[in-house]
Design a protein around this ligand. Structure first.
Ligand code: CUA
Length: 153
């Protein structure tokens, strides 16, 4: 095999460097920013919308999407809570986007998608359906209310 030209070697090294930066930043982001959504085995219990308090700062939400609403529509939690969202749909495919949280999941009939989100700052976080699902699509909204002084958690 012929020796590599100097500029060829440069290009190969540069490509390697760029690729490693890319992979390391993916690994870094994965641990640091958001929990990577996972798909769980289907179970009928997830079709019942509910908010469960596991302890002072840990909650579980069974979120159910259907034409054209999310249930529960309002989720009250204290600041600093970590919330596991278990998401499913009762009919067509819906989207599940939590504003400011980088959450972008699909609600699919017969499937359970799960992600964990930490709410460090008080405020109202809108949940919207970002997958066109019919005439009422634009009405599909819910919200996570973090540290509402009126809430009776
Ligand atoms: Cu549900 Cu769009």
């Amino acid at each position: 095999m012929a020796a590599l030209d100097k500029s060829e070697r440069k290009v190969i090294l540069l490509t390697g460097a760029v690729l490693s930066i890319f992979f390391f930043s993916m690994l870094y982001a994965r641990g640091k920013y958001t929990d990577v959504p996972e798909c769980l085995p289907y179970d009928k219990v997830y079709e019942e919308p509910k908010v469960t308090k596991l302890d002072e700062k840990t909650y579980q939400v069974y979120a159910v999407a259907k034409m054209w609403q999310f249930e529960p529509a309002e989720i009250y939690i204290p600041t600093g809570s970590e919330v596991d969202f278990f998401l499913t749909s009762k009919d067509v495919v819906h989207g599940f986007n939590i504003n400011d949280k980088g959450v972008n999941m699909m609600a699919v009939y017969g499937n359970i998608n799960k992600t964990t989100v930490k709410f460090d700052k008080p405020g109202v976080y809108k949940i919207t359906c970002h997958e066109y699902c019919g005439t009422g699509h634009q009405n599909m909204q819910a919200q996570v209310i973090v540290n509402d002084p009126l809430a009776k958690n």
